[in-house]
Design a protein around this ligand. Structure first.
Ligand code: ADP
Ligand code: MG
Length: 236
């Protein structure tokens, strides 16, 4: 298996945020993770990317165990992420913020800069290179985050509510970028998303989390017809 989370469990004080979570992703797939607020979706992403240390379980990627590695080592292993709570550096220019990602794999400034610019171009923000992140609108910031994650040259990308806060036309545009990331750059995607239209139109497979546990998984058609899912998520 290209990527596998095996019985991942993590508690914060008395709150078990993820309990025995199992997720499998094949190379090239787009896999979705849905569930109500507080279900533990972001927690799982942070556990994968090294910002959380899990209490038990294992995480495997591309033939090696990456459980509880530091974030920079997870990045070097080939996994990048965008965060739900934007951690972008508001004071930096777009180019500087994407450069941070590019340094994950490139040693010289010249090389890193060239790659950062390429990714800024890929998301269609070339004319905003020297603009501060704080001056970008929501749609541009989302693309900036995507560019910074891509600049680390990941094999797999985790997107945490990348579409949140966008108007429908912008959702449509970002959707096309995300498809391009998968099809043209060949990057495997694991995405947390509330916009169901996005999940349904993109994903090969969907996992549903509720109270920290996976309650269903399968194709979009399978999960949306599962009574447990309708009750937990789609019904509200
Ligand atoms: P989701 O992304 O599905 O909305 P989260 O993973 O952000 O949910 O949160 C799951 C639960 O874990 C919530 O109750 C949240 O308050 C709690 N939680 C997440 N991270 C922490 C943390 N670092 N410290 C304490 N509690 C946390
Ligand atoms: Mg979240």
């Amino acid at each position: 298996m290209f990527f596998k989370v095996e019985n991942s469990t993590i508690a914060f004080g008395g709150l078990v945020a993820n309990k025995d979570v199992n997720v499998e992703v094949e190379k090239g797939q787009i896999v979705g993770l849905i569930g109500p607020n507080g279900a533990g979706k972001s927690t799982l992403f942070k556990s994968i990317s090294g910002f959380n240390k899990i209490d038990s379980g294992h995480i495997w990627f591309d033939g090696r165990e990456i459980t509880n590695l530091e974030p920079n080592h997870v990045c070097k292993a080939g996994i990048a992420c965008t965060f739900q709570k934007a951690q972008s550096f508001a004071d930096m220019t777009l180019e500087e913020s994407v450069l941070v990602g590019a340094y994950c794999r490139r040693k010289s400034k010249k090389e890193a800069l060239a790659y950062a610019r390429e990714m800024i171009g890929f998301v269609g923000l070339a004319e905003k290179q020297t603009v501060k992140i704080s001056k970008l609108n929501m749609y541009e910031r989302k693309k900036a985050e995507l560019a910074a994650a891509l600049a680390t040259q990941p094999q797999m990308l985790l997107l945490d509510e990348l579409f949140a806060g966008l108007v429908p036309t912008e959702v449509g545009y970002i959707l096309e970028y995300v498809k391009k990331v998968n099809r043209e750059l060949g990057i495997t995607l694991l995405i947390v998303e509330h916009v169901l239209k996005v999940i349904m139109s993109l994903c090969d497979k969907i996992y549903v989390l509720e109270y920290g546990q996976i309650i269903a998984s399968g194709s979009p058609a399978e999960v949306t017809s599962d009574p447990k899912v309708i009750k937990a998520y789609l019904g509200d």
